[in-house]
Design a protein around this ligand. Structure first.
Ligand code: NAP
Length: 440
């Protein structure tokens, strides 16, 4: 068997410690599959004295993670620190510039700087791999880049944030409101002390921008992802959705629109109503799932653990095995995205207004005559056709009334126009909440 592939680990938190455990536990199997042993040689984190549940004695300690790639005893650096910039990015750049391969689980860094890093990696003829950055343990990058490589991907979408899915499922099961369930999720360790990145949809948007780039051969464009989180969803919305035959899930959705002759990229993270009979309606708790629709493969569903030390380490080590195999064969690891950086298209964002769909609109309104007529008049004037409408008193909020309606299929621009007509109306006690209904 060949010489070991020598790994440096930058970051020894949840995922870093998981990678050590996996590489040690499955060492023999990994060596057989990779064609050579995978050996950790150096490690780095902030605090050398911290207990991490793994024995670091066999590995050299490096104080400055940024220069790990320059060590002579390292072939690949695995960046598991996190953050779009800062030491993670400095480490990634130094590693590639030193002619070493980089593996990362850092979706924020790839969403913001993936193009630059991929360009650098191509120039240096080294691998840049980030399977763990999207949907943790689910091999969705590999699935799209390799398994579905022969297909034109028509649409890619999914449940990309386990924390949000855990909260929505728990609200569904218990009938409790968002704030209450979030507090429980934080106590159980399913949500960060500062949950903004997750619940505002930013983490899902990072992952969606990576999936979109791979699926559509587009330059990664995180800045254009329209993003809305789950913080405004009420227990009453969940109950209304259920009465109508839906569950609520935070969905990241990307496709392309060439209606005006130019290919444009649509990317949006938003809570959706998902019909009971759609596979994503049954994805509960902290699980992630991605659906990709290929023009020959049909609908592909990737589902599994989107986070956690074991699943995420599994994705990281799969990347290492790929690198070991390709180096073994004297070849390069292939482009970081589905095509070389120079062939990725810079796609302008597609406007959402042209999109056809059905939507759920929820209003909290003052309990007085004429309010319902005001809402329905705005819908009529904007050309929005109403399929169903429910009105309910909310005694918990001092007599406020909840009005929920579902539209027939129509352009999203009509719904936006109806909301514009209602803007500033003293009848509305809160801005309306709009959720798209996931179509077939
Ligand atoms: N956790 C998951 O389930 C999961 C899933 C998918 C992807 N990811 C991604 O994987 C990466 C790591 O996540 P994690 O959950 O393992 O994070 P974590 O538990 O917070 O660990 C981060 C590690 O980075 C080290 N670190 C932080 N700042 C540093 C600095 N300035 N210089 C040197 N070391 C520094 C920390 O050192 P100390 O330990 O000494 O403080 C710690 O070992 C992130 O990009 C995350 O988005 C995580």
């Amino acid at each position: 068997m060949s010489e070991p592939l020598r790994i440096a680990l930058a970051g020894l938190g949840t995922v870093g410690a998981g990678v050590i455990r996996l590489v040690e536990t499955n060492a023999a199997l990994i060596a057989r599959r990779a064609g050579r042993p995978i050996k950790i040689t150096a490690v780095s984190a902030r605090d050398r004295s911290k207990q991490r549940g793994v024995d670091l004695a066999p590995y050299a300690w490096e104080d400055d993670m940024v220069i790990m790639g320059e060590r002579a005893d390292v072939d690949v650096v695995v960046e598991l620190v996190g953050g779009s910039d800062g030491p993670a990015l400095a480490c990634a750049r130094t590693t590639i510039e030193a002619g070493k391969a980089l593996v990362t689980a850092n979706k924020a860094m790839i969403a913001h700087h993936g193009l630059e890093l991929a360009r650098k990696a191509e120039a240096a003829h080294v691998a840049l791999k980030f399977e763990a950055a999207v949907a943790g343990g689910i091999p969705v990058i590999k699935g799209l880049r390799e398994g579905a490589a022969a297909n034109e991907i028509e649409r890619v979408y999914g449940i990309l944030n386990g924390t949000c899915n855990f909260i929505l499922s728990a609200m569904e099961d218990s009938g409790r409101d968002f704030a209450d369930v979030l507090a429980e999720a934080q106590a159980k360790g399913y949500a960060e002390a500062d949950p903004a990145f997750d619940i505002e949809g930013i983490d899902a948007a990072h992952k969606l921008s990576i999936l979109a780039a791979i699926s559509f051969g587009a330059e990664i464009d995180f800045a254009s992802v329209e993003t809305a989180g789950i913080g405004r969803i009420l227990a009453a919305d969940i109950a209304q959705a259920e009465a109508l035959g839906y569950v609520i899930r935070l969905i990241g959705m990307a496709d392309t629109d060439s209606s005006d002759g130019t290919i444009r990229l649509f990317q949006r993270v938003q809570p959706h109503l998902v019909p009971f009979d759609h596979p994503l309606a049954h994805v509960d708790g902290a699980t992630n799932a991605v659906v990709a629709e290929g023009n020959f493969s049909g609908r592909l569903l990737f589902q599994g653990a989107g986070a956690g030390d074991g699943p995420t380490a599994s994705a990281v080590v799969a990347d290492l095995i790929d690198i070991a195999r390709s180096m073994e064969n004297g070849g390069e690891a292939g482009p970081a995205f589905s095509v070389p950086v120079g062939e990725l298209e810079a796609m302008a964002p597609a406007p959402s207004g042209n999109r056809l769909g059905r939507a759920y609109l929820r209003f909290l309104v003052a309990d007085r005559p004429g309010v319902l007529a005001e809402i329905t008049a705005a819908m009529r004037d904007a050309g929005v056709s109403i399929e169903s409408l429910i009105q309910k008193g909310r005694h918990d909020t001092g007599g406020e009334v909840l009005v929920a309606l579902v539209t027939h299929e129509g352009p999203e621009s009509a719904v936006s126009e109806a909301l514009r007509l209602l803007e500033g109306s003293p009848s509305l006690t809160q801005p309306p909440l709009v959720m798209q209904i996931l179509g077939e």
